[in-house]
Design a binder for this molecule. Structure first.
Ligand code: TYD
Length: 141
């Protein structure tokens, strides 16, 4: 499958007015293409940290930098793309079996992640070569 078919940039509705912004993320196939089972958020990282570095057999994710910015590198074993998360109303939807790395966090970055599954370490692929073998890709140096 082409990398472009394995992720999607989402733009959530913003009911901003003179009191401030209010961004709405509806689950269950409305704004998020799955039923949410878990959220987690990452903060206190910086521009030297690289997080993620794994793929998931089952979980799908939507990532939102609700504050600050970060970058996400997505990799399907054949193609890579870097997406900058830089707006609170922007979401990055990732399908299963994508290798992902999150990095270049601004000091105020709060990266909210919405997941389609409960946490299960067994569905994590943390070895890049094992990932390439599973997706049938050639080793990249
Ligand atoms: P890790 O997978 O290294 O986080 P990231 O990929 O976002 O950098 O997870 C760090 C620790 O937190 C690890 O011990 C597993 C644990 N963890 C949970 O228990 N539940 C969760 O939902 C997540 C995302 C991590």
């Amino acid at each position: 499958m082409k990398l472009k078919e394995q992720y999607e940039i989402l733009n959530f509705k913003d009911f901003g007015d003179n009191r401030g912004d209010l961004v709405v993320v509806e689950g269950s196939g409305q704004d998020i293409p799955f039923v949410m089972k878990r959220i987690f958020y990452i903060y206190g990282s910086d521009d030297e940290v690289v997080r993620g570095c794994h793929a998931n057999l089952n979980s799908e994710f939507v990532m939102i930098n609700v504050c600050g910015t970060s970058k996400v590198k997505v990799d399907n074993g054949s193609e890579t793309e870097v997406i900058e998360l830089n707006r609170p109303r922007m979401g990055l939807y990732l399908k299963q079996m994508l290798w992902k790395e999150m990095y270049d966090f601004s000091s105020d970055s709060i990266l909210l992640v919405i997941a389609s599954e409960h946490y299960d370490e067994h569905e994590y692929i943390r070895d890049y070569q094992a990932y390439l073998n599973m997706v049938g890709a050639e080793k990249k140096d």
